[in-house]
Design a protein around this ligand. Structure first.
Ligand code: ADP
Length: 400
């Protein structure tokens, strides 16, 4: 079945059409600057026709979806003849709160429930909903499925997800840890079990999703028991522009010193911090940071060391939480491609019995590879994530 996968942001919309029988991407692209001016980038992957980018007025998400559907059915560039060849649409939804523990077919009740948890993700959930409604308007007879970033982490035990704050703040406002990147953690932890010829239920796996946004998860016997992001994606690892863990008292202190409010400080912590902040504004891109480090830039060196140190601490914590670990996976932009950042992490894992073949690490970019040696006590892999394929499969499973 052909599934249209939609990932809708406030001013952007990413899409892919995936044939779930072959797992092949037929077409993909991106609408940007929606509501500002607009452009669409489209690629017919099936026929390898190359990327086409066109600047065009995109006043809202409905217009963006209609441009996407036009491109998909265009006689020259298209991959389908008409919209009936799309069996279902899978939508990435950032926050499912406690309501959604798995993907669901979209109904009016589901839309209302996503709206209800929107104050937990005020930038993302309303944009995700706009994407659903725009698709429903243009494809009224096609089933829609909502796939939540938080759902995989709903198996965390209460001792892992509760913050040590007054209970009423949890019961009244649902303030707790939720975790994100769930589709990626679920995909990588289940696919690696297949590669090992095992059932995920036999393995203790730590997945390190290291991209611009980054999180680690502890997956014990197929279920997530802890993950590093919290109420929002700000908690946990040092990321491209996000601080990750820090003393909450920092918020008031910065607000006082910089003469701003909580929202102003959160903007600094989300957008100006992480390796970007540590490197004194140099870059959030690890390629730039390594180049600067090699040119002697001390801030870039510190940013990379502090970033890796935080990952090492989380791996240690999750090995302890599961009382052992069988498999560690590196995934996402940095985890899949950045051989030097991986080395900064694994050189501190010897205490777990991890042994790595440096030559394999140094030559592995963007492909599945086992980095550990045959005598390593823990198996360590690079496993490229594929959130769109995971969303397409979830969608197919619900509508087939
Ligand atoms: P996100 O989905 O969170 O935006 P990605 O998983 O796509 O992020 O990761 C993007 C990041 O991956 C880039 O900012 C860059 O730091 C890093 N990256 C991508 N390719 C490489 C590479 N070849 N070497 C080092 N870092 C890379």
């Amino acid at each position: 079945m052909n599934i249209l996968v939609i990932n809708c942001g406030s001013s952007s919309l990413k899409f892919q059409v995936i044939d779930t029988e072959t797992s092949n991407v037929l077409a993909k692209g991106l609408c940007e600057r929606i509501g500002i001016d607009g452009s669409i980038t489209y690629e017919n992957v099936r026929d390898k026709s190359g990327k086409i980018k066109e600047d065009t007025q995109i006043e809202d998400h409905k217009k963006a979806i209609s441009l996407v559907l036009d491109a998909l059915t265009d006689v020259k560039t298209g991959v389908i003849r008409n919209l009936s060849e799309i069996g279902a649409v899978g939508h990435r939804i950032v926050h499912g709160g406690e309501k959604f523990t798995k993907s669901v077919v979209v109904t009016p009740e589901v839309i209302a429930a996503i709206r209800e948890v929107s104050d937990l993700a005020p930038l993302h959930n309303p944009a995700n909903l706009t994407g659903i409604q725009a698709c429903q308007a243009l494809m009224p007879n096609t089933p829609m499925v909502a796939v939540f970033d938080t759902a995989f982490h709903q198996t965390m035990p209460e001792k892992a997800y509760r913050y040590a704050i007054p209970k009423r703040l949890y019961t009244d406002y649902k303030i707790r840890r939720y975790g994100f990147h769930g589709t990626s953690h679920a995909f990588v932890s289940s696919e690696i079990a297949k590669v090992l010829g095992k059932d995920a239920k036999e393995l203790k796996t730590i997945v390190c999703h290291l991209g611009n946004g980054a999180s680690v998860s502890a997956v014990e016997y197929g279920k997530c028991i802890d993950t590093s992001m919290g109420l929002t994606p700000l908690e946990g690892l040092i990321m491209g522009t996000r601080s990750g863990d820090l003393d909450p008292a920092v918020v008031e202190y910065i607000a006082g010193k910089e003469n701003t409010d909580a929202a102003g400080v959160l903007s600094i912590l989300n957008k100006e911090s992480g390796v970007l902040g540590l490197s004194d504004g140099l870059s959030s891109d690890f390629r730039d940071l390594w180049k600067a480090r090699e040119d002697g830039n001390q801030d870039a060196a510190l940013a990379l060391d502090a970033w890796a140190y935080r990952v090492v601490k989380y791996i240690g914590a999750y090995a302890a939480a599961m009382n052992g670990v069988d498999v560690i996976c590196f995934t996402a932009g940095v985890g899949e491609n950045d051989t030097k950042s991986r080395k900064l992490i694994y050189k501190n894992l010897g205490y777990l019995g991890v042994e790595i073949d440096d030559a394999v690490n140094d030559s592995t970019r963007g492909e599945i590879a086992e980095l550990s040696t045959p005598s390593s006590k823990v198996r360590v892999f690079v496993f490229p994530t594929n959130e769109e394929l995971a969303i397409a499969r979830e969608t197919y499973d619900l509508v087939k």
